[in-house]
Design a protein around this ligand. Structure first.
Ligand SMILES: [Zn+2]
Ligand SMILES: [Zn+2]
Length: 222
């Protein structure tokens, strides 16, 4: 039985996820650990669970989601996988670090690109569906676990909010379409684990998210 563990890391309060495959292996999503304390916290959790990180995948390549990549590569030799449409975001990450005055180690070489919309990644016995959900960044993806009814959603949909669209590659209309077509078409019971803040459910956000109308027709109300 696989299990998801959450961490809140770095100055941006980014959510890093660790999926224990249940067989001694684990996948890390958006590793954002940015200092020795955060690295220690993550490593200790891995040791407690008795897992080795064997896979590293990204929802997108904004600075706050890639700060731990060099350390993860150093610890486990795992190269990050990103959707190729987010290449530009990746290339801009070092510049973003400079602008925000954040110390970031040189990004490691990337692993194989994530597959196209609808492709699957293996996490032990489980398969996660990769869905393209642009709008916050051009090549943003979400990972859907249909068996366990949850989504690692990155910065698309938050509890009571949505991802910002003012950064390069962002587009509010496109974001609204992604929420409507990729998230709100999932059953209400599906839990969303976002890139910032607490988890929520599809049903709760359809009901009360002030940025997306309740009918899910994708009109951002701002
Ligand atoms: Zn972002
Ligand atoms: Zn973020």
């Amino acid at each position: 039985m696989s299990q998801l563990h959450t961490f809140t890391f770095n100055a941006f309060g980014e959510q890093t996820y660790l999926l224990d495959h249940g067989n001694g292996d684990a996948t890390v999503f958006d590793p954002g650990m940015s200092n020795a304390d955060e690295q220690h916290q993550f490593k200790t959790q891995c040791e407690l669970l008795g897992v080795e990180v064997v896979q590293c995948v990204l929802t997108h390549a904004h600075l706050d989601h890639v700060l731990g990549l060099a350390w993860v590569f150093d610890q486990w030799g795992v190269s990050p996988r990103l959707h190729p449409t987010d290449n530009l975001t990746w290339d801009q990450a070092p510049r973003a670090a400079e602008l925000y005055g954040v110390q970031m180690d040189k990004l490691p070489e990337r692993g194989p690109d994530l597959g196209s919309h609808g492709s699957l990644i293996a996490c032990g016995m489980h398969r996660l569906e990769v869905r393209c959900a642009p709008g916050h960044s051009a090549g943003h993806v979400i990972f859907v676990n249909h068996d366990q009814e949850w989504v690692i959603g990155g910065d698309v949909l938050f509890q009571g909010s949505v991802g910002r669209t003012d950064l390069p590659g962002g587009d509010g209309t496109v974001l609204a379409k992604s929420i409507e077509n990729q998230l709100f078409e999932l059953p209400d019971s599906f839990e969303v684990w976002p890139g910032h803040g607490p988890s929520t459910t599809i049903g709760a956000e359809k009901d009360s998210n002030p940025y997306v109308n309740a009918a899910g027709s994708g009109l951002l109300q701002r």
